[in-house]
Write a protein that binds this ligand. Structure first.
Ligand code: TYD
Length: 231
C-alpha cells in the first residue's frame, strides 16, 4: 500500500517534530529522555510531550481510555484518542514548532492506526484519515519505531510492578497484531521511519536516533514537508 501524502502546505517556523512509537514496555520514555538531553546540549529548546494526556483536556481523556472500568465501543475509543490529539496538536505541538522548538512526542497517529485500526480491527486507512483530520494534516519529520517481541516487552512491564491499563491488559495476540502493523506502517513510509530493535542497549539505540535526526536539524524547513496548515 502506498500511503497518500498528507494535505500539503506550509508549517510555520523551523521546528522539528519527532515521535516515538512501539508497543507497551519497549523503552520509549528512556529514549525520549536521552534525546532531550542531547538536543538541549546542542542548545535546542525541547518540548517533551505525549498522547494521550499532553494537555489538561488530554489528561481527562487519558483517564477514560486507559482506566474506565468496562467496555468502550471501538469507534468511541478511536474518537477519544482523536479528540485528545486534535486538542494537543493545536494547543501544544503546532505552537512549539512555530517557535522553532523540537517536539519529542511519545506516541502519535501511528499508535491509533496500529492499536485501533489493527488491534481493535477497525479500518486502518479510516483511522489514519481520522487522525490526520484531527491533527489538520500534521505528520512528524521523524518517527522512531522501537520494535520488540511483545513477550519480552511484557516481561519488562511485569518487572515495573505497575497495574496494567486497558490496552496493556489486552491478550498477547492483540499485541502481536499491533507489533506487526507498526512494522507494516514503517515499511509503507520509509522516509519518515527509523525502525530499531529495542532489545539492543539503550545507548546504542540513542546513538542511531541521533545520527538519523542530525541532518533534519540542519535542514531549513518549508513547503512540501508533508505538513498541512490548520484550517
Ligand atoms: P502510554 O502512554 O504509552 O502508556 P504508559 O504510560 O503505560 O507507558 O500509552 C497508553 C496506551 O494507549 C498504550 O497502551 C497505547 C494506547 N494508545 C492507543 O491505543 N491509541 C492511540 O492513539 C494512542 C496515542 C495510544
Amino acid at each position: 500500500m502506498t500511503v497518500p501524502a498528507a494535505p500539503t502546505g506550509r508549517r510555520e517556523g523551523a521546528g522539528v517534530f519527532v515521535t516515538l512509537e512501539g508497543g507497551d514496555g519497549v523503552g520509549k520514555t528512556t529514549q525520549a529522555a536521552l534525546l532531550e538531553e542531547w538536543l538541549t546540549g546542542l542548545g535546542r529548546t525541547v518540548v517533551r510531550t505525549r498522547e494521550p494526556g499532553g494537555t489538561e483536556v488530554g489528561v481527562l481523556v487519558r483517564d477514560i481510555v486507559l482506566h474506565h472500568r468496562g467496555d468502550i465501543a471501538p469507534r468511541a475509543e478511536a474518537l477519544l484518542y482523536a479528540a485528545d490529539r486534535a486538542h494537543h496538536i493545536a494547543t501544544v505541538v503546532r505552537p512549539a514548532l512555530a517557535r522553532d522548538e523540537v517536539v519529542i512526542q511519545d506516541r502519535y497517529l501511528d499508535s491509533s492506526v496500529a492499536y485501533q485500526g489493527e488491534g481493535r480491527q477497525l479500518d486502518a486507512a479510516e483511522i489514519r484519515e481520522l487522525s490526520l483530520w484531527a491533527a489538520a494534516g500534521l505528520l512528524p519529520d521523524l518517527t522512531v519505531l522501537l520494535d520488540l517481541d511483545p513477550r519480552a516487552a511484557r516481561r519488562r512491564l511485569d518487572a515495573d510492578d505497575k497495574p496494567f491499563d486497558r490496552l496493556e491488559a489486552e491478550r498477547e495476540d492483540f499485541h502481536v497484531r499491533v507489533r506487526e502493523h507498526f512494522l507494516q506502517i514503517a515499511r509503507d513510509e520509509p522516509d519518515r521511519f527509523l525502525v530499531l530493535d529495542a532489545a539492543r542497549p539503550a545507548e546504542e539505540l540513542a546513538a542511531d536516533i541521533r545520527a538519523r535526526l542530525e541532518p533534519l536539524l540542519a535542514t531549513p524547513r518549508g513547503a512540501g514537508s508533508g505538513v498541512g496548515t490548520p484550517d
